[in-house]
Design a protein. Sequence first.
Lengths: 277, 286
Amino acid sequence: MVKMLKFFLLVFTSFAATIFLSSAPLYAASKKITITGSTTVLPIAQRAAEVYMDIHEDVNVSIRGGGSGVGIAALIDGRADIADASRPIKTKELKTARERGIDPFANVVAKDGIAVVVHSDNPGNALSLETLKRIYTGEINNWKEVGGPSKPIVVISRDFASGTFEVFKKLVLGGAKVKDGALMLASNKAVATTVTTTPDAIGYIGLGYLSDDVKALEMDGVIPTNETVKDGSYKLARPLYMYTNGKPKGLLKSFIDFVLSKEGQRIVKEVGYVPVR
Amino acid sequence: MKEKLFKYTTMFAAFCSIIFLFGITLTIFKDGYPIFREVGLFKFLLGKSWHPTHYPPDFGILPLLAGSIVVTIGALIVSIPLGVGSAVYVAELAKPRTREILKPLIELLAGVPSVIYGLFGMAFLSPFIRELFDIPTGLNALTASIILGIMVVPIISSISEDAITSVSKDIREASYALGANKWETIISVVLPAAKSGVIASIVLGFGRAIGETMVVLMVAGGAAIIPKSILGPVRPMTSAIAAEMGETIMGSSHFHALFGISIVLFIITFILNIFTEWVMKGRRSK
């Protein structure tokens, strides 16, 4: 019995000690930034926050994912200082924000190019945006119709709600519906893996997910690279945002400025996106 | 004094679960109800087109419902023979030593995180299925069914095994006394006696399979169509909720529609649980 009590006491004190020790740095940081939102922007925010906190030891930046919708809702509710978003804010969200006295301000921190990819054994190298649209709406169903072998095209798309899909819908589909039989996958990684293992597949992924396992197609004669996205000649690209309440001031300005600085933009490139500066 | 403290602490824990349950129920009904008012219950349940972000949007969940049911039934077709078979072997036929090794190993299957099952399905099983059937893609209802089936095996196996083990010795011995051999005894005496437990295990397995999210999100293909064959891609309800909730606009019709799907899912699992409870009760009172 005494032995057991001693044991519990030991466990208890070690717990208490851990909690005390681990909370110590938290108290040291007096200033706090909360970032929530898009999983696409998450790697930028995460890496930038790590480096930022190394320079400014008195600031604690806490980061959560959840998605663009979750982030913007958190900004509107005042639960986040910065909302990461991979799409511009919607009219409905803007209206709710105004009603609550929040004025969302878009800070474009990076660009993301969307590469159209096929299996590395696919003989094709280029498509036009028009043909791409006809493939995704189901007008063209066989590689034969675009000069390939007679094989059904496996059309792979991102999920209905993802920011990548939204951009693709706007820039490629032009308001048309994606065909019903298209595979709707949950992440860039899933699309890349599936295209790698499916010879007849076509899909689209963020530039950062390109690898030698898949082949990126020329769109209207332009190859997707950091340079062509940055100068705007490659059309399938979107801005990535960090929304703040009003123009960033004080601590938030210091953080956003850091993301837009040379160091911050190097991080953007490092995690696979296209710098804006 | 000590006893009282203990009693109230445990009581608090018990009531907490009830509060959580009510909270969850209340939330999903509150946020899901508007979609029924907007598109109508029948159009929501029986609509054949799911294009939630198109303008104007289509909120028909029949393809999602069909997807869930197809992969769940597929999973049961895989897991019932494997689960009940392994339960019979472990409970009746295996030597004590084999049993000691086999039982925890089967139960270990239940402890593998579902994302690992998903990775296995995505990287290994789906290319294999694609080549085997010479079809354009291996991300389909069949692949999802097989993986879900493997996940459900430990549930069916361990509950069935309990039921088989608890069949009393007298019945078996009576069967042997009548001249039945081991095989005949298992098939026509032990299994019928353990029937309610086996059925309960299958219903629980059904609930597990229809609620599984990660695996179907990764390997079912995600196409919102009513599948024409088991080799076609599907988009089960759980994967639609998981994939679309994060990016949607809070308070939009799409948001409410996703909660509407969760109401449907909730009602299905609720009915299943009541059914299991009812079957198990029948067994206990016997």
